[in-house]
Every structure is written in structure tokens, then in C-alpha cells.
Design a protein around this ligand. Structure first.
Ligand code: NOJ
Length: 536
């Protein structure tokens, strides 16, 4: 039975709005040093949301780290949690950005990196200075194994790094790093660490941020006995202590009104993922990497969505994303053998993410259908092969403004995508058939139609190769059918049930398709096409 909502929009901002991830190095460079910065973001807020249909219409931005950092992991190695790296600007620039965003009713989410600091953070420098330093136990130090090797079999999440331990000659012990050696893990079993990291949250909450994305939240609790990982049991993550730890983080967040935490729960078992949101007093949103890693296959998506919904508590709110700064972009990752299929799939993927019940996250450039950039060997800078998805945003036609494409007037820190001339914002803004025009319309449709935000969701059978679902509210005109073709063939919409014959074609990924009244029974979806129909 459809649930009726007396209030047309009973949702919190983080449920209602599209959240747009910005990788600050790559968004817009205001001071011409080749690296994006906070002022660059501020200068482009109108593009994101100026209150009219001409802008993208996102309701929140999440910015990857901009804190002082030696940049061994491009900011995910934080040397000072409460300041801004000079390459990105100053704290004043941050306050200006926050104020300007709030003026446009854009919420601001910052990245909190609590599992590890930089090895240049003063805490680690102290901790490493001697075995009896008062901060020694802020990090995880252990004696070598009897053979002189690392204390256990834990591996860094970066394959190129190998063991998660580095020997420190000066004090004769190993320290733990779940990522690069320049990112030593804090010891969250130490209450002083926990309190200090809570204060970091309060610093940004007091400045007025609306929420946090929590980096590798599942790593904040490990087996305190540091036992070896076993094939069926990881001891270096998702330890049961995580849930109380997260509740205490949530209590800090709840000291403030209307704030939100979204966590990177990179666990590939959905049962474990939902445990971070089900109890209602831990994360508000969990990034679901099972979904991101699915093959381009209707059944795979349908089953994974269904599994998530079956496991998630009814009060738990889903979040959906298919791109971020750690994964190949959709048009490249999902490109099929047919030319142009990657671009088509990029649109359909955006429709999927924005039409499913839950909060959509889009990654900067996803609205342009950016593919991965080609990075020549001499330009590789990331230790884990993630440069291609971090290429600078192409704003303007290189033929008009030079090779920096409006991102920068100097040499960009990473090469831009090859086809910036055609893919840039300027070109797409002039073309009503562009991916940008499509995604903008999709976001505005979602904002206009309460059923697409808070409506119930029902998966619908529609024949092989299609993923179909209905979103509806008990209100006139608030019933939509979303149909997505995951194949490279024309596929007729074969609905098992009789859905009325005079539906309205509201939006298609194919800009050539005529809008208006249509009979769903006679509809055929083109290769990789997505449709939203309004049902009577
Ligand atoms: C996850 C982040 O998304 C990634 O970019 C980073 O390298 C690791 N966490 C370590 O902080």
C-alpha cells in the first residue's frame, strides 16, 4: 500500500537534495597556479545553483580535503585539521565560500579524515620522537615480529604499498598505516585521540558546515589485539567497537541542529554496510560501494537495490552514487564495444542515481559526461592510479581561452580530458541536447516532483535487460515509472501489469525523443536509454 504523506516534503535537506562532490584541486583555479582552490569554487557557485532552472540545481557540495597537507595522498594526509592548505587558500577563503554557498542555499559538507594523519602532523612527529613521548600511544606502534618483520599480516589498501607497517629506525618499532606510509593510523582505542578528533568536528561545526563525509569510517575500529587477518575474518576494519564509536561521533554532530554525517563504508557485504545506518544513531548516509562496483547489467542493479532495501531498516535512508575521486568515471568504466555507448550510459547512470529513492551523489564533471582523462606516464602523480578520474573541470572552449579550458590560465596539475572543446561547460550550455542539459533537467525534475524524492519505490518487472521501478505518492500526478535499458539493443517495455495507456513521457536520456502522451505498452527503449514516464 502506498504511504501517504500529508506534508509534501517531509525530508531533511540531506535526503531531499542532490549532493555534488568537488575535488578541490580539479574544480577551478582562481589564482593561476594550476591547482584548483576555494576561491575558484566560490566563483562557480552560480553554476551549481543560482536559484533558477539555468543552473544545475544541486543542494549541497561535499569537498574533498583542503587542509594543510604534504599531499602524499592529495590531502587525505592531513597535517593540520583546522586550517586550509595555502594551495587552496586560507580559512578566510573557506568562510567566504561557506557564506556564499549558504546565501544560495547550498549546504556544505567537508571531508573528515579521522583514521590517519599525515606523518608531518605535529601529533605524529611527537609520537615518533621517542618511545616514552606522551603521544606515543596516539598511533599504533608495535615491536617487530620475532623474525624482525612486521607485527602482523595486515596490508595497506594501496596495493603498491604492500605491508601496512613501516619500520621506524630511530625508535626500533613499526607503525601502522592502512594506506601510504605517510599516513600513519591514529589509535582510536585511545580516548585522547577520540576526544581530539571530536574537537576537530566541533571546529568545523562551529564555523557552520552542514555535515561531514567521513573518510574510511569502517577503519576506525580494529582488533585491539592486532591479530592476523584471516580469509573469513578481517581484523583490521569493521571491528564491533565501531558502532559505539560512531554513536559518540553522532552525539557530537547532534549537539548542533540539522547536521549530517555520510560515511565511506567500503565493505563489500551489504549486511555490514547497513549496520552503519540501521540503528538510526550512527551514520545518516552510507556510501554503498557494492552498487558502484556492479557490472552494467539490469539484473545486477535490480538485485543489488533489492538486497539493500531488504537489509536496510525502513527508517534508514539510502544513498546512491556511481562516481567519486577513487574510481574510473562511468562513461569509461561502463563503455561497451559500440562507439558512444559510454556517453549514453553516463546519462542513464545519472538517471538511475537521481531517480532511486535515496540521496543521489554526483561527482564534479559527471553532469558533463566526462570520461577518464589520458594521463601520459610522465604526468602520473597518484600512487594508486586515480589520476584519470581527477582531471580538471573543463569550463570553456580551449580554442577560445587556451589549453587550461577556463580551469586555469597556467599549466594544470593534471592533463584535461582530450575532448575539452566539445565536453566543456561552455559548449554544453549552448546545446540543449547535451549531457549537461539532460542532467540539469533531471535534477530540476527531481526537485519539482515530490514523488521522485520522498515517494515510495516499487520494483517493476519489465523484461530482460531493463531495470524498471515506480515512484509514487498519494497525490495527483505523483506517479512515475522509471525504465532503464542496460543493453545495446532496442528493448520493448514489456510490463507484466496493465499500467494505464496514456502516460506522459517526462524525460528521456535521448534528447531527440518527443515528449508528451505515450502508451507504455507500445514503447521501445533504445540502446542504453533511460526514461521517466508520468503515469495517470
Ligand atoms: C578514501 C579516500 O576516498 C581516498 O581518496 C584516500 O586515498 C583514502 N581514503 C585514504 O584516506
Amino acid at each position: 500500500m502506498p504511504v501517504s504523506h500529508p506534508d509534501p516534503d517531509p525530508l531533511a535537506w540531506w535526503q531531499r537534495d542532490v549532493i555534488y562532490q568537488i575535488y578541490p584541486r580539479s574544480f577551478a583555479d582562481a589564482n593561476s597556479d594550476g591547482v584548483g582552490d576555494l576561491r575558484g569554487i566560490r566563483e562557480h557557485l552560480d553554476y551549481l545553483n543560482d536559484g533558477t532552472d539555468a543552473s544545475l540545481g544541486v543542494g549541497a557540495i561535499w569537498m574533498s580535503p583542503f587542509y594543510p597537507s604534504p599531499m602524499a595522498d592529495f590531502g587525505y594526509d592531513v597535517a593540520d585539521y583546522t586550517d586550509v592548505d595555502p594551495v587552496f587558500g586560507t580559512l578566510d577563503d573557506f568562510d567566504d565560500l561557506l557564506e556564499a554557498a549558504h546565501e544560495r542555499d547550498i549546504k556544505v559538507i567537508v571531508d573528515w579524515v579521522p583514521n590517519h594523519t599525515s606523518d608531518q602532523h605535529p601529533w605524529f612527529i611527537e609520537s615518533a620522537s621517542s618511545r616514552d613521548n606522551p603521544r606515543r600511544n596516539w598511533y599504533v606502534w608495535r615491536d617487530p615480529a620475532p623474525d624482525g618483520g612486521p607485527p602482523n599480516n595486515w596490508r595497506s589498501s594501496f596495493p603498491a604499498v604492500g605491508a601496512a607497517w613501516t619500520f621506524h629506525e630511530q625508535t626500533g618499532q613499526y607503525y601502522l598505516h592502512s594506506f601510504a606510509p605517510q599516513q600513519p593510523d591514529l589509535d582510536w582505542d585511545n580516548p585522547e585521540v577520540e576526544a581530539a578528533m571530536h574537537d576537530v568536528l566541533r571546529f568545523w561545526l562551529n564555523r557552520g558546515v552542514n555535515g561531514f563525509r567521513i573518510d574510511v569510517v569502517y577503519k576506525l575500529a580494529k582488533d585491539p589485539e592486532l591479530r592476523d587477518n584471516e580469509p573469513d575474518r578481517a581484523h583490521d576494519q569493521d571491528w564491533p567497537t565501531i558502532h559505539d564509536r560512531l554513536r559518540r561521533i553522532r552525539r557530537v554532530i547532534d549537539e548542533y541542529d540539522g547536521r549530517m554525517i555520510a560515511g565511506e563504508v567500503y565493505l563489500l557485504d551489504l549486511q555490514q554496510v547497513v549496520e552503519y545506518i540501521n540503528s538510526g544513531d550512527e551514520l545518516h548516509l552510507a556510501h554503498n560501494f557494492v552498487f558502484l562496483r556492479l557490472p552494467w547489467d539490469a539484473m545486477a542493479f535490480r538485485m543489488s537495490v533489492r538486497e539493500f532495501l531488504e537489509l536496510a531498516d525502513s527508517a534508514a535512508w539510502p544513498a546512491w552514487f556511481l562516481e567519486n575521486h577513487d574510481h574510473s568515471r562511468v562513461p569509461t568504466r561502463y563503455a561497451g564495444p559500440e562507439p558512444g555507448s559510454g556517453a549514453l550510459r553516463g546519462r542513464t547512470a545519472a538517471m538511475l542515481v537521481c531517480a532511486l529513492r535515496g540521496t543521489p551523489f554526483l561527482y564534479y564533471g559527471q553532469e558533463l559526461g566526462l570520461p577518464d582523462a589520458e594521463i601520459p606516464p610522465g604526468r602520473i602523480v597518484d600512487l594508486d592510479g586515480r589520476d584519470p578520474e581527477r582531471a580538471p573541470m573543463p569550463w570553456r572552449r580551449p580554442s577560445r581561452v587556451g589549453p587550461g579550458a577556463g580551469f586555469t590560465t597556467s599549466e594544470p596539475w593534471l592533463p584535461l580530458v582530450a575532448d575539452a572543446e566539445r565536453l566543456c561547460v561552455e559548449a554544453q550550455q549552448e546545446d540543449p541536447r547535451s549531457t549537461l542539459a539532460f542532467v540539469r533537467e533531471l535534477i530540476h525534475l527531481r526537485s519539482r516532483e515530490p514523488a521522485l524524492r520522498s515517494g515510495i519505490q516499487r520494483l517493476v518487472n519489465a523484461g530482460p535487460g531493463l531495470f524498471c521501478f515506480e515512484r509514487r505518492l498519494d497525490q495527483p500526478g505523483q506517479r512515475f515509472l522509471v525504465a532503464l535499458n542496460f543493453t545495446s539493443r532496442d528493448v520493448p517495455l514489456q510490463l507484466e501489469e496493465d499500467l494505464a495507456s496514456d502516460a506522459e513521457l517526462t524525460l528521456s536520456t535521448d534528447p531527440g525523443l518527443e515528449r508528451g502522451t505515450t502508451d507504455p505498452k507500445t514503447l521501445t527503449l533504445h540502446p542504453d536509454e533511460g526514461l521517466i514516464l508520468r503515469l495517470p
